[in-house]
Design a protein. Structure first.
Length: 313
């Protein structure tokens, strides 16, 4: 038998019952892929993080600086998850009192970095995620069967589309709604995707998720978004860090010269998600830096009442 500690954390927020919840499992030894999947299915959150200290790192949860990190939805393993990474870092810094100001995670997407935003335990936690580029769908060379029907299942018949962009490295579609005349934040929030139709129309081979975005409408937000991934077991992800790794590259090129620049786009962006979450993002060539607080209100960052025991065989 193996026992491990479990935490549930609300990421991308400083208030209880908002943001995006993730489960974080601290393991002394790795489990099997099937055990990871079954545990994630039991939690039924968009992602569950499984973290193990790196074999070469030495030390314990309070002193180790390098960890192995994997993420599972209720149905599959995913190569990148922002909010569960942020949640893991918060557990290490705040609950395990990790003495390092920076920790490193070895993942399927390479090395990820998390740090205390101003070096203090009670401050926000910042993570760095690799960015991904979008290309206009018609220039991507990708043909998505039943695309028109899929878009109708996501948007309904009334939502006006400004552009369709594809993320080749993630197999994701970024849909931008028209600004104004219905293509604004209320229209985005009113969307009621038909997830069963999405699954019926496509098998996920060319499309793993659909992200819908529009401009921010209300200061200080530069853009708003919602993210739908029924093909990986997540009908809607409340706040998704991995999607922002390409949303931010798209919007940084759309913004005017109001703030600092990096290359030909804005350096700082603010986003809004429907579940009461906001994000402060810094775009830095190949990384997007998420600066966030984690809710520590009662019930929002809580160890499981008992250690979960699973058979190893």
């Amino acid at each position: 038998m193996v026992s491990f500690q479990i935490y549930q954390v609300n990421a991308f927020t400083d208030r209880a019952f908002t943001g995006n919840p993730a489960a974080v499992c601290l393991l002394d030894v790795p489990l099997t892929d099937e055990q990871y999947r079954l545990i994630a299915a039991e939690f039924r959150l968009s992602e569950t993080a499984f973290v193990v200290t790196a074999p070469t790192a030495g030390g314990d949860w309070a002193t180790t600086q390098r960890f192995h990190l994997r993420w599972f939805t209720p149905t599959v393993e995913v190569p990148l998850c922002g909010h569960a990474t942020l949640a893991t870092a918060a557990v290490l810094f705040r609950e395990k009192k990790n003495t390092n100001k920076t920790v490193y995670f070895d993942t399927l997407s390479g090395e990820l970095v998390a740090e205390l935003d101003d070096g203090k335990v009670n401050s926000g936690v910042a993570i760095y995620l690799p960015t991904a580029e979008t290309v206009p769908l018609e220039e991507s060379g990708v043909v998505i069967p039943q695309l028109e029907a899929i878009l109708e299942a996501v948007l309904g018949k009334a939502a006006p589309i400004k552009s369709l962009n594809y993320v080749p490295s993630r197999k994701r579609l970024l849909v931008r709604l028209q600004d104004g005349n219905g293509g604004d934040r209320p229209q985005l929030e009113a969307l009621q995707p038909k997830f069963d139709d999405m699954l019926r129309l496509h098998d996920g081979s060319q499309l793993s998720s659909v992200t819908v975005t529009t401009n921010g409408q209300v200061q200080p937000y530069d853009f708003c978004s919602r993210h739908f991934s029924p093909w990986v077991g997540i009908p809607e992800d409340p706040v998704t860090g991995s999607a922002h790794s390409y949303i931010v590259t798209y919007w940084s090129k759309q913004m005017d010269n109001k703030r600092e620049f990096l290359g030909n786009g804005k350096k700082e962006l603010f986003s809004y998600k429907k579940r009461g979450a906001s994000k402060h993002l810094h775009w830095q060539h190949v990384n997007v830096r998420h600066v966030e607080a984690i809710s520590t209100s009662p019930g929002s960052l809580t160890p499981a009442s008992a250690l979960l025991a699973l058979p190893l065989s």
